[in-house]
Design a protein around this ligand. Structure first.
Ligand code: FES
Length: 182
């Protein structure tokens, strides 16, 4: 059994602990906002999720490695797309087909949490995600806009609240048990 917190909910996966996190999220929890995008060295970053506040490729993490961590997927950032990075991506028209968008928003959120006033070089370094539609110039404007919002709000949040512990979450809602496939 692999235990972790996903979008503010304690989850117990009765799956092979070698299972990549992305498959547990998408196939077992139906959190399909996290996109598969090649895997391994070809991974374009569309599978990124926040792991203890750090944007990581969920195709490259096993359930065993995610044990005890706090995972936030694109679905966990906001219930109504009201997160400042989501709003800025829409406002700057930095979304075309949208396949890369969840991973980019996750990477941008992680960046702005630690640095709400990033330079263009900071943005390039922190968001290595690939976009086959070429939204990069608009993406940079969107991150800068979200940064301005974050600075007004003093910090950008990644709801569920950063810093929540699995113990806190366990008190809030019962654990979701994801059984092994038949
Ligand atoms: Fe299509 Fe980025 S918007 S891959």
């Amino acid at each position: 059994m692999s235990r972790m917190t996903v979008n503010n909910r304690p989850v117990e996966f009765d799956l092979d602990p070698r299972t990549p996190l992305i498959y547990a999220l998408r196939e077992a929890m139906n959190l399909t906002g996290t996109k598969a995008c090649g895997g391994g060295t070809d991974c374009g970053g569309a599978c990124m999720v926040l792991v203890d506040g750090v944007a990581l490729r969920s195709c490259a993490i096993t359930l065993a490695e995610a044990e005890g961590r706090i995972i936030i997927t694109i679905e966990g950032l906001s219930r109504d797309r009201a997160h400042p990075v989501q709003q800025a991506m829409v406002a700057q028209q930095a979304i075309q087909c949208g396949y890369c968008t969840p991973g980019i928003i996750i990477a941008a959120t992680a960046l702005l949490q630690r640095n709400p006033a990033p330079t263009r070089e900071d943005i390039d370094a922190a968001i290595p995600n690939m976009c086959r539609c070429g939204v990069y110039p608009r993406l940079i404007k969107a991150v800068e806009q979200a940064g301005r919002v974050a600075r007004r709000q003093e910090r950008i949040s990644a709801a569920p609240a950063p810093g929540i512990t699995p113990e806190d979450a366990a008190r809030a809602v019962p654990a979701l048990r994801v059984p092994a496939p038949e």
